[in-house]
Design a protein around this ligand. Sequence first.
Ligand SMILES: Nc1nc2c(ncn2[C@@H]2O[C@H](COP(=O)(O)OP(=O)(O)OP(=O)(O)O)[C@@H](O)[C@H]2O)c(=O)[nH]1
Ligand SMILES: [Mg+2]
Length: 254
Amino acid sequence: MAQAPRAAQPIDPVLVVIPTYNERENLTPILERLHKALPDVNALVVDDGSPDGTGELADKLAADNPHIHVLHRTEKAGLGAAYVAGFRWGLERDYATIVEMDADGSHAPEDLPRMLDALSDADLVLGSRYVPGGSVVNWPKRRELLSRAANLYSRLALGMKIREYTAGFRAYRRQVLEKLELDEIASRGYCFQIDLAWRTARAGFDVVEVPITFTEREFGESKMSGSVIREAMLRVGVWGLQHRWTQLRRLFRR
Ligand SMILES: Nc1nc2c(ncn2[C@@H]2O[C@H](COP(=O)(O)OP(=O)(O)OP(=O)(O)O)[C@@H](O)[C@H]2O)c(=O)[nH]1
Ligand SMILES: [Mg+2]
């Protein structure tokens, strides 16, 4: 059956997937802010057995609030795997929109209504620091440089008109996640974000960027590491080469 045109597809109900690993101090405030900004959305906390008790705290919050749900996973398996599990949970239910948001306060829930508005004209909305109006607050220069370099590298390798491939605050229409082969996604760290933006754009979906203010976490520790960076450089390089190779072959076949 042919799909209904995008304008006719609903945006509600919305599920916000929040992966957590040792985010005990951050979880309650971020959920409160989310439900203050958008009282009707549902949140799914995907916890990888955090040793600091984030999972137990999430259970307590969920017991008191029907808009909060928890998915427990047994071991720390990376951001990508946590999101894929969260997406599946949402797709098995009737959510029309699935949002990715960090638990550490870097993504302001107050920016989400604007992102959801933009979804009426898009399939994927990226909350972007690197479009006019976007900004970063309290980020060490070194960290911003790394992020900007990752995005420049992704743009050069993949050649799409996306300013922030690494955006971790984003909203998908369910049709996108239904179409992408979630089983095939091997990216574990934050290269997962680049991977999904790239797959979504290549599948012909409309990707729109909305400016956001990104604020460095106040509590807890970043999970960014050398291995996360190496994974992103290697995978993005391989996708870029495959893409250029396909373009070249098409050119010579003409
Ligand atoms: N379930 C789960 N969540 C994770 C894992 N790694 C990171 N997270 C969560 O994913 C979100 C983003 O992770 P951060 O450590 O803040 O990484 P980042 O935002 O890329 O890096 P910073 O900018 O340095 O904070 C946070 O909510 C983390 O708790 C993981 O392996 N499993
Ligand atoms: Mg963070």
